[in-house]
Design a protein around this ligand. Structure first.
Ligand code: NAD
Ligand code: UDX
Length: 488
């Protein structure tokens, strides 16, 4: 094996001719690189992916992801200094800075299945870079990775003996979906971890085009890698904490929104991320906590692992609790009853459904033989059906005929919320889309069976207004849930 020349001098004058590439044109690679290209018109930015369909979409008027403000940013830079293609080898050869932004899902097989991160795609990228690189390259970990992954990346990069030299930096991404453009434009901070001052400074100089230097934090490699997992664990923990209290509120007559306001006014706690919900979803929180749990177990830190695992346990409980409440409230049976599902994305303003709480609630209601009519403003039918089939499939890849039949026959997709609610016994609000607040609720109510149940999994709608119209409304963390439930 050859040595990686970690501290090779990297003169900053090269900045003038800098080229960037990013491997992985997903929810992070696409928007992040579009923003860099927008803010640095003189730097060519080439985003590459193996997925031809995704690349074609990035080159079209229908981008593969929905994100407010993204279309404008892409339109401004695409064709000027922003390119999308599948030419991975060429992009590596031409670039000075190579971002790796590929997916790092939870392993579904072998050692660590269900917990550890699957680093297969990261390793393949590192090998492809090693094979194609000439001269000096800065390789940037943009994907979220277990702490000390950079060590493995460095070893792989050095395995080809091609004469190329590398610096490896960690630069985790903190954007949240639905607000990605604003998060990228005005981030709380940018984090760069590394060993080479020159490489760190080169990457800093890119972000410094639009972000103040005080907001660019630099650390060692391991702190940077671990900070990303820690940030997601803390954020998810807040959601599980408020959701845990929502269950207690329902038993005691306290109101979770009032409790959140009261504790959030304490400046040490702060008001953000205290919205009780049907449970957190998204591609990151669960995956990253499980990865953290696996790491802690690996280092023999059982108590620490157990502590963080509870955040996921609580989230599973919250999702299950919601679907069970629906069944119990509706006289202990939803069989053959139509339930309108409003929202399927894991949060508003995204078309992403990965790990959405809606998937598991719909699956549980389907298995109770409910007929679900689903509407989401941004999620297509094919994606909804795929997610539900996947949720019904066990770890060994087995899908029962009954589950397949239910997904094929007991799911219909509505063009709007009115259609989803028409002739329904209940509505479940699973995503907090703003447009759901502005509906004609008298019309919705008139089209439903009596009692007209409304299960608000996002505490989105005004309880008093819904009561006045005649809905029987059940929200998260409000005691009416208990009061109106028949005994089983
Ligand atoms: P994604 O699945 O949307 O995109 C990843 C892309 O990488 C896919 O299009 C895939 O085809 C491509 N890819 C995989 N292997 C490849 C290879 N060898 N060569 C070329 N392309 C390859 O994933 P994402 O949501 O963008 O997440 C990427 C990383 O960023 C993950 O580690 C994730 O944890 C992290 N992250 C995600 C978010 C988020 O909000 N989605 C936020 C912060 C960090
Ligand atoms: C998260 C992190 O916020 C972001 O910094 C990281 O880069 C990627 O992971 P994301 O998953 O896109 O971002 O969205 P986020 O706003 O964090 O919401 C995650 C889930 O938690 C959603 O399902 C959301 O509805 C839920 N949530 C969030 C709540 O239920 N209550 C809250 O108060 C906040």
């Amino acid at each position: 094996m050859c040595d990686v020349n970690e501290n090779v001098s990297f003169p900053l004058f090269r900045l003038k001719h800098m080229k960037i590439c990013c491997i992985g044109a997903g929810y992070v690679g696409g928007p992040t690189m579009a923003m860099i290209a927008k803010q640095c018109p003189d730097i060519p930015v080439h985003v590459v992916d193996l997925n031809q369909e995704r690349i074609d979409a990035w080159n079209s008027d229908h981008l593969p992801i929905y994100e407010p403000g993204l279309d404008e940013v892409v339109k401004e830079a695409r064709g000027r200094n922003l390119t999308f293609s599948t030419r991975v080898d060429d992009a590596i050869q031409e670039a000075d800075i190579i971002f790796i932004s590929v997916n790092t899902p939870t392993k579904t097989f072998g050692i660590g299945a269900g917990r550890a991160a699957n680093l297969e795609f990261i390793e393949k990228c590192a090998r492809q870079i090693a094979k194609n690189a000439k001269g000096h390259k800065i390789v940037v970990e943009k994907s979220t990775l277990p702490v000390r992954t950079a060590e493995a990346v460095k070893r792989i990069l050095s395995s080809e003996c091609s004469g190329a030299t590398f610096d490896v930096l960690s630069n985790p991404e903190f954007l949240a979906e639905g607000t990605a453009i604003d998060d990228l434009l005005n981030p709380d901070r940018v984090l760069i971890g590394g060993e080479s001052e020159d490489a760190i400074e080169t990457l800093c100089s890119v972000y410094a085009r639009w972000i103040s230097r005080e907001q660019i934090l630099t650390t060692n490699l391991w702190s940077s890698e671990l900070s990303k997992l820690t940030a997601n664990a803390f954020l998810a923990q807040r959601v599980s904490s408020i959701n845990a209290m929502s269950a207690l509120c329902e038993e005691t007559g306290a109101d979770i929104d009032e409790v959140a306001r009261a504790i959030g006014s304490d400046s040490r706690i702060g008001p953000k991320f205290l919205k009780a919900s049907v449970g957190f979803g998204g591609s990151c929180f669960q995956k990253d906590i499980l990865n953290l749990v696996y790491l802690c177990e690996h280092f023999g830190l059982r108590e620490v692992a157990n502590y963080w695992e509870q955040v996921v346990v609580m989230n599973d409980y919250q999702k299950r609790r919601f679907s069970e409440d629906i069944v119990k409230t509706m006289f202990n049976t939803v069989s053959d009853k139509k339930i309108g599902i409003w929202g399927f994305a894991f949060k508003k303003d995204t078309n992403d459904t990965r790990e959405s709480a809606a998937i598991y609630i719909c699956r549980d209601l389907l298995r109770e033989r409910a007929r679900l009519c689903i509407h989401d403003p941004r999620v297509p039918e094919k994606q909804i059906r795929q997610e539900l089939l996947l949720a019904c499939t066990d770890m060994s890849g087995h899908l029962t005929e009954k589950d397949r039949w239910l997904v094929e026959n007991n799911i219909s997709i509505a063009n709007d919320c009115y259609e989803a609610a028409d002739d329904a016994h209940a509505i479940a609000v699973l995503t907090e889309w703003d447009q759901f607040k502005a509906l004609d609720f008298e019309k919705v109510h008139a089209s439903m069976h009596r009692p007209s149940f409304l299960f608000d999994g996002r505490n989105l709608l005004d309880q008093a207004a819904m009561d006045a119209i005649g809905f029987e409304m059940h929200s998260i963390g409000k005691s009416s849930n208990r009061k109106n439930r028949p005994s089983s």
